[in-house]
Design a protein around this ligand. Structure first.
Ligand SMILES: Cc1cc2nc3c(=O)[nH]c(=O)nc-3n(C[C@H](O)[C@H](O)[C@H](O)COP(=O)(O)OP(=O)(O)OC[C@H]3O[C@@H](n4cnc5c(N)ncnc54)[C@H](O)[C@@H]3O)c2cc1C
Length: 327
């Protein structure tokens, strides 16, 4: 029986785990894939500029530092196991059932408290749903940030003008691609710093434009066909690679099965990161509360709060002090 089991090893889960160890609790992190979350699975090559103390750190390197830190303080890390069930066993705690994503073997864990930190892992990237899209390989189309090696020297169309689309466009440009952006709205909606960079680099863009089809030949992309509001003739952009960053559809079926109340597509938490189930806490991109931002920094901060709340729940200290942590 672990004192705390954390579902998901992104920034939120890893920080919560590190903090559980600061409180000398036994903790296990179980991740459905690799530990590191979106930092490694969505934008490993991308520089992060808003992690305190690091003006510029590549996402993969930041993840490596967080994982090293967790290992250093003896957090148990389990990979490739997706949590399927979470049930209260008795007053003492929960039973958590995980399934190995490769062998499908079942693993059962006991925990006094659980922290849900499944972030974007519960999210499915939104698709264009246009002719030609189905069946394209990652060599022709991606819904994540593009690998530099896959776009270098190519004609790349990036669909989406939010944070992810702009960052993909900038990364592809830096990798030597000839980039064009397509945005459905009449303006970009990402961080100002990314919009300014895209403007400065004069990355060609088409606002008010929606993709209608992908022209494909022998599994290779030939062109993106789109309509621009107010212009009768379709736009045809010849290209070799397409990046689609138009958001994510959420699948919270698992979380609902665990009995946790959701709001919209997120888990509602209070300021202690408590969910509707006593003994189950949540943090990171999966949670919502007034003023929530989906960022690395907030995920980490919420992980710390969730860990301290789990500590109070499990250990029931007479008084919670933080200064004893600074020794
Ligand atoms: C393209 C892009 C660029 C970004 N750039 C920045 C940036 O520069 N700065 C910034 O602050 N933020 C950035 N963000 C946002 C930031 O990445 C997220 O806010 C942060 O990663 C959230 O961390 P998390 O731990 O909540 O979730 P995640 O990183 O998504 O980790 C969740 C983990 O849970 C696992 N998981 C899911 N379901 C299960 C299950 N059932 N069982 C077991 N494990 C499960 C997943 O495998 C995953 O490893 C960016 C996001 C994107 C998409």
């Amino acid at each position: 029986m672990h004192e705390v089991l954390i579902i998901g090893g992104g920034v939120a889960g890893l920080t919560a785990a590190m903090y559980c160890r600061m409180r000398a609790m036994s903790v296990i992190v179980v991740d459905a894939g690799r530990v590191g979350g979106q930092l490694v699975s969505v934008y490993g090559d991308k520089p992060v500029h808003d992690w305190p103390g690091q003006h510029h750190i590549v996402a993969n390197d930041l993840a490596a530092q967080l994982i090293d830190h967790a290992r250093e303080v003896e957090v148990e890390l389990v990979v490739n196991q997706k949590i399927a069930e979470l049930v209260r066993r008795d007053a003492e705690g929960f039973e958590v059932v995980a399934r190995d994503v490769v062998t499908l073997e079942e693993h059962r864990y006991g925990a006094r408290a659980v922290i849900v930190a499944i972030g974007g892992g519960a999210f499915e990237p939104r698709r264009l749903k246009v002719p030609g899209e189905e069946g394209l390989s990652e060599d022709a189309l991606t819904y994540r940030m593009p690998d530099r090696s896959k776009v270098a020297g190519k004609r790349v169309v990036v669909v989406g003008g939010g944070d992810s689309g702009l960052e993909s466009a900038l990364a592809a440009h830096e990798a030597g691609a000839q980039v064009t952006l397509i945005q459905a709205l009449d303006r970009f909606t990402g961080m100002e710093i990314s919009i300014e960079r895209a403007d400065r680099l004069q990355i060609p863009r088409h606002y008010n434009t929606r993709v209608r089809a992908l022209e494909v030949e022998d599994g290779r992309i030939k062109a993106v066909v789109a309509n621009t509001r107010g212009i009768p003739d379709p736009l045809r952009l010849a290209c070799d690679y397409v990046v689609v960053n138009i958001g994510a559809a959420v699948n919270l079926d698992a979380v609902k099965q665990w009995g946790i109340e959701v709001e919209g597509n997120l888990v509602r938490v209070d300021q202690h990161m408590r969910t509707s189930v006593e003994g189950v806490f949540a943090c990171g991109d999966i949670v919502t509360y007034p003023g929530k931002y989906k960022l690395l920094l907030t995920a980490a901060s919420e992980g710390c709060v969730a860990a301290n709340s789990a500590y109070q729940y499990v250990k029931k200290p007479q008084r919670v002090t933080v200064t004893d942590l600074y020794k």
